[in-house]
Ligand binder design. Structure first.
Ligand SMILES: [Zn+2]
Length: 254
């Protein structure tokens, strides 16, 4: 199977001797690392660009997903850090979201600007990959995992106000800046998409302050666990069940 990994940070222990490649897309060149992992061909993209410096609102979302599509990737694992808006979801926990709310305002959200394509988002994240990820998390005893969650996507780059979090928390559980439009673009390209979220902080108003260095330190501490979850999940990919994600996009045409 050909698998894509989208991550906000490099994961040095994930791939052994990866080959660096550059994929030309209509949206610009995308730099990938590729390697074999077990029976799978893995393609890794640092979503913030080769230098890792693009803020969330300037990420080349179209280019990243297009690069996976032309590499014939069928499943995308998206890894990211989020804030928690619910007291029972704590920093250091993992969440495998089942739904999302998109409040972004200035990014491209579709490959189809010239046709009337309306992809079905009833179940945006691949149910089968979510099950496999959950099973892997449960095999690792140091991990607390939440098997459902609504991911609210903000535009950034600023963090949210306490009043915004109070409002958002009535409908969502975690807050981050990147799952949309990644998940919808993947569906438009008929790929399965799943998100593994590491909670790095409580959102505004639920803890005293939000120091960026603490968020990054927690990610570094947990990164080996993320690699372990991904490796375990890849070992079980043969158990993946049929899902709705690869359905023909032409069926979404008006
Ligand atoms: Zn799927």
């Amino acid at each position: 199977m050909r698998i894509g990994i989208l991550c906000g940070h490099y994961m040095p222990d994930l791939l052994t001797n990866p080959e660096k490649i550059k994929v030309h897309t209509p949206y610009g060149d995308i730099h990938l690392e590729t390697a074999t992992l077990g029976n799978h061909e893995v393609f890794f993209i640092q979503r913030h660009g080769e230098q890792g410096n693009l803020p969330p609102h300037r990420i080349n979302y179209l280019g990243n997903i297009h690069a996976f599509a032309v590499s014939h990737v069928s499943c995308i694992f998206s890894i990211g850090t989020v804030g928690s808006m619910q007291k029972m979801i704590r920093p250091g926990d993992f969440v495998i979201p089942h739904d999302f709310i998109d409040t972004t305002k200035s990014r491209p959200t579709t490959f189809y600007d010239d046709s009337r394509i309306h992809v079905d988002m009833t179940e945006p994240f691949c149910s089968s990959l979510r099950t496999l990820l959950l099973k892997s998390c449960k095999k690792i005893k140091e991990i607390t995992v939440h098997e459902n969650g609504v991911y609210l996507v903000t535009e950034g780059p600023r963090l949210e106000t306490a009043a915004e979090i109070q409002l958002y928390s009535t409908a969502a559980d975690i807050v981050g800046m990147t799952v949309a439009p990644e998940v919808t673009l993947a569906r438009e390209k008929s790929m399965c998409f799943v998100s593994l979220c590491l909670v790095c902080n409580m959102a505004a108003g639920l803890q005293q302050r939000l120091p960026a260095d603490e968020i990054s330190a927690l990610y570094k501490k947990k990164q080996p666990l993320i690699s372990k979850i991904i490796h375990l999940t890849f070992q079980s990919l043969d158990e993946k069940q049929l899902c709705v994600c690869p359905s023909d996009v032409s069926q979404a045409t008006l």
